[in-house]
Design a protein around this ligand. Structure first.
Ligand code: PAF
Length: 282
């Protein structure tokens, strides 16, 4: 596995692969790899010939007061894990390579970024995500880019950005990977002390309660959300949001006919955690 730090070098490597008829895959990450990241690399490995993983803790998607400085960083460990998954290139640029002096462009995806994490983390979050993802897609020019469905809103933002800006890439959303007790894998789980780690399992149990109600035929959004809210309340968790929204444009739903995205964010111990599931009533 090569570790590459410059846009020029990654472009040369990708151009050589493409000239040889190879399909290029990109897994954009901020490092601190866990099984969720590894699953993206595994899917990329099966679907593409040259697997590039970008590792860049993007400062512009963190608001003031968020965990940018504390965000877990261990490039050596990440590189070993990526190598173990057969990744071809770890693209780990310095901040100045991504945001050179005078950088002055921001991409704003409107509407779907006004709600959920866009409302609670502030507009800079998805502006930062959209801008850095557009840059990574421009730098690497992959045929396919792989994202985790845990960040369901991020997947929608990236799909919209790619569609609106005619970026020639296929976006592949991969399933959420969970711990054996149901907690969604997240780089931020390392912030959980043992008590908070147990408490955090309530997020998935809350989603499962709503899912069970939907599978039993419940379609009323208020009833479905209440089923999930009761589990959170029982665990002493006050959600930042717990909302049932349309899977395509994130409009609030009163009823779930075909399907609905139930999304939750909550602070548990020292961590801000998110999770979601798609409800499909019987
Ligand atoms: O999901 C993440 O890790 C980040 O938001 C991403 C897509 C790598 C952009 O910095």
């Amino acid at each position: 596995m090569r570790i590459i730090r410059t846009v020029h070098e990654v472009r040369v490597a990708v151009a050589e692969a493409r000239a040889a008829g190879r399909i290029v895959g990109l897994v954009p990450t901020m490092g601190a790899f866990h099984a969720g990241h590894l699953s993206l690399m595994q899917v990329a490995r099966t679907q593409t010939d040259l697997v590039v993983v970008s590792l860049f803790v993007n400062p512009t998607q963190f608001a003031a007061g968020e965990d940018l400085s504390a965000y877990p960083r261990d490039e050596q460990r990440d590189a070993d894990m990526a190598r173990g998954e057969g990744v071809d290139i770890l693209f780990a640029p310095e901040p100045a390579e991504v945001y050179p002096d005078g950088f002055s462009t921001t991409i704003h995806v409107s509407s779907i970024t006004d709600v959920l994490c866009g409302a609670t983390r502030g507009p800079q979050h998805f502006d930062g995500v959209a801008t850095v993802v557009a840059k990574m897609l421009g730098m690497v020019a992959p045929d396919v880019a792989f994202f985790g469905q845990k960040d369901a809103q991020q997947v929608l933002v990236v799909r919209r950005l790619v569609r609106d800006l005619d970026i020639p890439v296929r976006i592949e959303a991969c399933p959420i990977v969970r711990e054996p007790d149901g907690l969604a894998m997240s780089s931020r789980n390392v912030y959980l002390d043992p008590a908070a780690r147990v408490q955090a399992t309530a997020l998935q149990r809350a989603l499962a309660a709503a899912d069970a109600a939907a599978k039993a035929g419940e379609r009323d959004a208020a009833v479905l959300v209440a089923a999930a809210a009761a589990v959170l309340a029982d665990a002493g968790i006050e959600p930042e949001y717990l909302e049932l929204r349309a899977t395509d444009d994130l409009r609030l739903l009163d009823r779930v006919e075909e399907e609905g995205l139930l999304a939750v964010a909550a602070r548990v111990g020292g961590a801000r955690l998110i999770d979601n599931c798609v409800l499909r009533p019987n």
